[in-house]
Design a protein around this ligand. Structure first.
Ligand SMILES: Nc1ncnc2c1ncn2[C@@H]1O[C@H](COP(=O)(O)OP(=O)(O)OP(=O)(O)O)[C@@H](O)[C@H]1O
Ligand SMILES: [Mg+2]
Length: 380
């Protein structure tokens, strides 16, 4: 075949292909809202018709005999049928696969659970996996939301409870003083002051908690010498410890310094100390220890150990829950020194403040169930 013929055949075939292709694009645009089944069929038909258009053009230029043209027409007609059938089968499968993803999305909206689709082309499978992941995240978020709502509701009822009892007592004492029937007015005044101090502490704790929970806590980090901080906390807790005949001890590695918000850190240590003193029997020991974290020189480990007799393993996580006070929780018969005096906010505040410092807090039991040790790990 001459080069000029080859060029001419190529040009005619390209022209016919272009014409069929443009027509195919036009039909594709007109049927763009139809099922993917028909789009696939159209693509297959356009491919075969492009061949047939080229053949017709070439025959028109007399490069093919009438017999050859007939043969090619029969072959391409059969090819069109086969292409359409294959496209229909693939199209139907695509419809089925996308139907499965649609069902998954619908189930998701109704709150049901549908595992991600394992069949179908890669794009549909990854879409399905993405949907399953989104559903997992949505479920997590709504569980978190429900937990928050639940703890908010509990908090309100606890606060109401914790305010009602002392307020009733205050009213009774004030009335007795007013009516002049208080047998020992001095003792009544003293009791009123103690109750008011307790209420003020409760309100303080609530305020701190609401700032922690709303993420509105503003820390002012500065270098803090842990030796000084622990000494001050021990001095502050000393009167309570003396009253309960609990020995206080402190061991801080020399020159240990971290960058933290001093007021928050003091609160963490004093909350832990108060708890430890409250849960240690007379003649027991409470000890604060501060050192570089073993195996991690970039962290500091501050711990408070007591003689509480050990915590139930099941309670070790729960002690940090807001309002949790163990088995003595808000029972009228709660023994003095157990949960009765607090509101169950102390450790939730400790955890909130330590989290805000990107630290970690946990509790472990001491050997032989003598007591427990609360650890605070903070970045140095
Ligand atoms: N050092 C400890 N030893 C044994 N149990 C403890 C200790 N610290 C806390 N707990 C238990 O965890 C509970 C929750 O402690 P948390 O400090 O949050 O509340 P609280 O001390 O009861 O009240 P608040 O701190 O608001 O005055 C306590 O009621 C107690 O049962
Ligand atoms: Mg406490």
């Amino acid at each position: 075949m001459k080069v000029a013929d080859a060029v001419l055949i190529s040009l005619v075939a390209a022209g016919a292909g272009l014409a069929v292709g443009l027509l195919g694009l036009l039909v594709a645009w007109l049927t763009r809202r139809w099922s993917i089944r028909w789009q696939l069929t159209l693509a297959a038909t356009v491919a075969v018709l492009t061949v047939f258009g080229g053949v017709l053009g070439v025959a028109w230029l007399m490069f093919l005999s009438g017999h050859d043209l007939l043969v090619i027409t029969v072959v391409t007609s059969i090819a069109v049928v086969v292409a359409i059938l294959v496209a229909l089968v693939i199209g139907s499968a695509m419809v089925r696969w996308s139907g499965a993803v649609q069902l998954q999305a619908r189930q998701m909206a109704l709150g049901g659970h549908q595992p991600p689709s394992e069949s179908g082309p890669r794009e549909l499978r990854s879409l399905s996996a993405e949907l399953a992941e989104t559903q997992r995240r949505l479920e997590e978020a709504s569980a978190r939301e429900a937990r928050l709502e639940e703890s908010r509701r509990e908090l309100i009822s606890w606060v109401a409870h914790d305010l009602r009892t002392p307020l009733a007592g205050l009213r009774a004492m004030a009335e007795a003083l007013e009516d002049g029937i208080a047998a020992d007015p001095h003792r009544y005044h003293q009791r009123i002051r103690v109750e008011v101090e307790r209420l003020a502490r409760l309100v303080d704790d609530l305020f701190e908690l609401s700032r922690i929970q709303a993420g509105a806590l503003t820390l002012t980090p500065e270098p803090v010498l842990l030796g000084d901080l622990v000494s001050e906390a021990l001095a502050g807790a000393d009167p309570v410890a003396r009253e309960r005949r609990v020995r206080l001890g402190g061991q801080v590695e020399d020159g240990l310094e971290i960058t933290a918000d001093p007021a928050s850190l003091s609160r963490v240590v004093s909350n832990l100390l108060m708890n430890a003193i409250r849960h240690t029997p007379a003649d027991g020991t409470v000890e604060v220890r501060c050192r570089l974290a073993p195996g991690d020189v970039r962290s500091v480990d501050l711990s408070v150990s007591d003689g509480c007799g050990g915590l139930d393993p099941g309670d070790m996580e729960r002690v940090f829950d807001l309002g949790w006070q163990g088995s003595y929780a808000r029972t009228p018969t709660a023994p003095e020194g157990a949960g009765a005096q607090g509101a169950g906010f102390g450790l939730a505040i400790v955890k909130g403040l330590v989290d805000a410092h990107r630290g970690r807090v946990w509790v472990e039991n001491l050997p032989a169930a003598t007591g427990c040790r609360f650890h605070v790990r903070l970045p140095a």
